[in-house]
Write a protein that binds this ligand. Structure first.
Ligand code: FAD
Length: 288
């Protein structure tokens, strides 16, 4: 069982718990992005098992008719074993997600996001996105990272494709030659990329950030360009801001919802990355 301090950041261990979390969010105007925790498998069986779990999940989302999509990590479905394993498993998930449209209310199938991992995976991830974006007429999305110097150029390629793109600051410690290291420089790159996306993207912009300054900037860009956009934040982080934003008709709000038995390392990362999260955990322990 997940202890109460961790359950702030993780929706539960089972798909049922995660879907119940989505239903509660939907009632408050927030959609869900479900992520089964797991990454960097070096053997095929766990990669295939997680891909199977996503196939079941996209079908369950459509059957329950909740407002939710999924987000998968390439190394979770086989990239460390081989590009072919990743591509085979991703194709299975995307096919199931599109077929699940028969059960969903709008018939469009379940949307599939591909998270972005470290810079060595960027090309294979973007190539896979491109193939599925064209095959599904845009029912997939990909994440790109503002801390990578290449991202502004990658966005020009992505602007030509259907599908959605999520811009994040980047969670990986990348080589200095390839990435911006200072926070101010990453923020500047985020703003430049966001401005380009609002100008050049037809299928919408996804702002994957908790940063009030970036969210405010996105609202300004929306007022200027009218490009549809969404804000995506993590479970347990600035949730009151998520609900406040959801009251605004101009923007769709999604909560990225991790779940599954491998919750400990994810929880530990959230605690390490921010003092306020550590204080929250401490208060919960002392309070108990
Ligand atoms: P930061 O630059 O960390 O913080 C800026 C400001 O935001 C802070 O000053 C504060 O005002 C506010 N803030 C940030 N965190 C908190 C908090 N815990 N509590 C209260 N206020 C806070 N990274 C990847 O590399 N690949 C991915 O596929 C990926 N997917 C993501 C999907 C989503 C939906 C989100 C939200 C993030 C994802 N990330 C991903 C992580 C991302 O790259 C950043 O590491 C992470 O979001 C921190 O950057 P930030 O923009 O939220 O704000």
């Amino acid at each position: 069982m997940i202890p109460p301090i961790a359950s702030n950041f993780v929706a539960g261990e089972t798909p049922e718990a995660a879907l119940a979390h989505v239903e509660a969010l939907n009632d408050r105007g927030v959609a869900g992005i479900l992520n089964l925790l797991g990454e960097h498998y070096e053997e095929r069986p766990p990669a295939d098992a997680d891909a199977d779990a996503y196939v079941d999940l996209v079908e369950a989302i459509a059957e329950r008719d909740v407002d939710a999509c999924v987000s998968v990590k390439s190394s979770q479905i086989g990239l460390d074993i081989g590009d072919d394993v990743f591509e085979e498993n991703l194709a299975r998930i995307v096919a199931a997600a599109n077929d699940s449209g028969a059960a969903g209310a709008d018939g469009a199938g379940t949307f599939v996001w591909i998270d972005m991992e470290d810079h060595e995976t960027t090309d294979v991830t973007l190539d896979a996105f491109e193939r599925h974006a064209l095959d599904t007429d845009g029912n997939v999305g990909v994440c790109v990272q503002a801390n990578l110097k290449r991202t502004r150029d990658d966005l020009e390629r992505l602007a030509e494709l259907p599908g959605k793109v999520r811009l994040v600051k980047g969670a990986y410690d990348e080589p200095a030659a390839l990435s911006y290291k200072e926070k101010a420089r990453v923020d500047e790159s985020y703003r430049n990329c966001l401005a380009y996306m609002f100008e050049a993207f037809d299928d919408g912009v996804a702002v994957g950030s908790h940063d009030p300054a970036m969210i405010e900037y996105a609202a300004e860009l929306y007022a200027e360009h009218g490009t549809p956009y969404e804000v995506q934040m993590l479970t347990g982080v600035r949730e009151s801001a998520q609900f406040d934003l959801a009251a605004n008709d101009d923007v769709a709000v999604y909560q990225y919802i991790p779940y599954g038995s491998k919750w400990f390392s994810y929880f530990y990362r959230r605690i390490r990355e921010r003092k306020s999260n550590a204080l929250f955990a401490l208060r919960a322990i002392v309070g108990n």
